[in-house]
Design a protein around this ligand. Structure first.
Ligand code: CA
Length: 236
């Protein structure tokens, strides 16, 4: 799970990052509204933790822009205790949840897990599509019918995890590249193609009923192949 923290209080942002990293989340920080907006708009994050008052552009404005551009990344908004108006504005703009400062980090973790469950169906160590299951703890990929397993290298793991979190949804090379390398240029686009081809070979090796299709002019999409789908479900 990749999380973006948009927060201009450095001490708070750093403390959150440290705690979230301990929980195995992958964390980036943006410390002003403009860079926060740029990053959030990529859609490359699973969750955004968004401060309300930010230099450059405020949190509600960023959320509003995200939703207007159909970026659906769940947002947990942080607001100052006094500003009920900001809170309501944030929820109106499309925030999914909010917490008032100061807050307990453990409560934030619980809210995050709830957001993940609501939006991604599970917060499990294992993410699945069809008969393919990826164990996040050791980056091992398994065909759950044959129980055959293969391990993934770091980038392959991160890219496939991203696809498995978004089954049936076309992901652009830009989104993938943002998510894995934190930026999107032509060099990274080429890398995406190379890694996708590695991942396809591993999926094929496992004879899984999942494939990563090229979507012309867009990027790639992970699909479960319908024919074997029933079989996989029946065995669950
Ligand atoms: Ca602030």
């Amino acid at each position: 799970m990749k999380i973006l923290i948009v927060e201009d209080e450095f001490a708070l942002a750093d403390a959150l990052r440290d705690r979230l990293t301990q929980e195995n989340y992958d964390v980036d920080i943006a410390s002003d509204g403009v860079s926060g907006c740029d990053r959030a708009m990529t859609g490359a994050y699973d969750i955004v933790i968004m401060d309300g008052m930010l230099p450059g552009k405020d949190g509600t404005e960023i959320i509003y822009e995200m939703r207007k551009a159909k970026v659906t990344t769940p947002v947990l908004m942080l607001t100052a205790r006094s500003s009920l108006v900001d809170k309501l504005k944030g929820l109106d703009a499309g925030a999914d949840d909010y917490m008032t400062k100061p807050f307990e980090v453990e409560e934030l973790l619980a809210r995050l897990r709830a957001l993940i469950r609501r939006n991604y169906g599970s917060e499990d160590d294992v993410v699945r599509a069809g008969n393919l299951s990826l164990d996040r703890r050791n980056a091992s990929l398994m065909n759950s019918d044959t129980r055959q397993t293969i391990s993934l290298a770091g980038k392959e793991f991160k890219i496939l995890e991203y696809f498995l979190e978004n089954p049936g949804k076309a992901l652009t090379r830009e989104q993938i590249s943002e998510r894995i390398w934190g930026n999107a240029d032509n060099v990274e686009y080429n890398n995406v193609e190379v890694y996708v081809s590695f991942i396809r070979k591993k999926i094929k090796f496992l004879k899984a009923d999942v494939c990563i299709r090229a979507v012309r002019g867009v990027g790639y999409r992970l699909d479960v192949e319908a024919v074997n789908d029933k079989e996989a479900t029946a065995k669950d």
